[in-house]
Design a protein around this ligand. Structure first.
Ligand SMILES: Nc1ncnc2c1ncn2[C@@H]1O[C@H](COP(=O)(O)OP(=O)(O)OP(=O)(O)O)[C@@H](O)[C@H]1O
Ligand SMILES: [Mg+2]
Length: 306
């Protein structure tokens, strides 16, 4: 394997709980690799092992050519790690928090001031540099966390659910910053529970119960969805769901906000049948049309068939 992040059969067992069950990666320089999966899937444990902060029970990993267990100390200089529950010093200012990390990573001299100024700008925090970190908005805290993780200009960044609980606008802004890092050639390994974010990755691994059940480009994963997808907009969701589930040729029915997503064997013929059945059951149909499945549907469809 020649990747910048490689892992072979990484496993972690906590007492009797097999949190990670033999996962392997081969991630090229400059990729944005997204690890997605539900709570408890093993994302954090995987990232901790890759970042060299936790030893695997079995298996090995190399990042930037360094063994994450035997060369963990050296590895620190080459990777940035933003933990899921990272903490900032609330009574230090934004700038002082970054300075603190600069000291930890031995960033000194002329480079220090330049880099801090650049990072503040980069993270869109320059106007807030004197504000106490404790009073920042959730989104700004995450950006500060990212700036701290990047102070030593690592070639690889591990970000564990960095946008969790942040509003959509701040999430987009955070991703704009990641895109800038990506353009600079930084390899990014990011876990997220938001499937729309996974669509922005070069490759995605779907993690479920400690295993990577599928891996590929977002487009390839989307295509794994069985059959055609029909989107039905109706005010009578409950009736529509119950009726649609019982019709022939239906693989799956998922409710999305005000609409029903129905996976069928053949879109064109089933659309007509569904429409007739729903109207007969007293449901009003505002629209029924073919739709392109998102990663969200792909993921739900995959894990429901395991
Ligand atoms: N330090 C630990 N000691 C014991 N069990 C742990 C420890 N860390 C994680 N686990 C267990 O390992 C499993 C995987 O946890 P992990 O935190 O890696 O999942 P996750 O995908 O990051 O979940 P989340 O989305 O909630 O962050 C869970 O069952 C969890 O309870
Ligand atoms: Mg986690």
């Amino acid at each position: 394997m020649t990747g910048q992040i490689t892992a072979t059969q990484l496993s972690k067992t906590f007492r009797k709980n097999q949190a990670v069950r033999g996962v392997s990666f081969d991630i090229a320089p400059g990729e944005i690799y997204g690890l997605i999966g539900p709570d408890g899937a093993g994302k954090t444990t995987t990232i901790r092992m890759l970042a060299g902060v936790m030893d695997p029970t079995r298996g090995t990993a190399r990042v930037n050519g360094l063994d994450t267990t035997r060369q963990a100390e050296q590895l620190r200089a080459h990777v940035g790690y933003m933990a899921q529950k990272f903490s900032l010093y609330g009574d230090l200012s934004v700038r002082e928090n970054i300075e603190f990390y600069a000291d930890i990573f031995g960033v000194r001299g002329k480079a220090r001031a330049e880099r801090i100024a650049r990072l503040l700008k980069f993270a869109r925090l320059d106007q807030f540099q004197d504000r106490d970190a404790g009073v920042l908005s959730g989104g700004m805290k995450k950006k500060l966390g990212l700036a701290c993780a990047f102070i030593h200009r690592p070639r690889v960044l591990f970000l564990d659910e960095p946008t969790n609980g942040v509003d959509p606008i701040s999430r987009r802004e955070f991703w704009d910053i990641l895109s800038d890092l990506h353009i600079e050639g930084v390899t990014i390994f990011i876990s997220t529970a938001y499937l729309d974010e996974a669509e922005r990755c070069s490759r995605v691994g779907l993690m479920y119960r400690g295993e990577i059940i599928r891996e590929g480009t977002p487009i390839a994963l989307r295509q794994l969805v069985q059959g055609d997808l029909l989107a039905i907009i109706t005010p009578d969701l409950q009736i529509a769901e119950n009726v649609a589930q019982k019709l022939p040729g239906i693989f799956e029915v998922q409710v999305y906000g005000d609409r029903l997503h129905v996976f069928v064997d053949a879109g064109a013929t089933r659309a007509r049948e569904i429409e007739i059945a729903l109207v007969a059951a007293g449901a009003t149909i505002k629209q029924i049309r073919p739709a392109a499945p998102h990663l969200q549907e792909a993921f739900i469809s995959l894990i429901s068939h395991l």
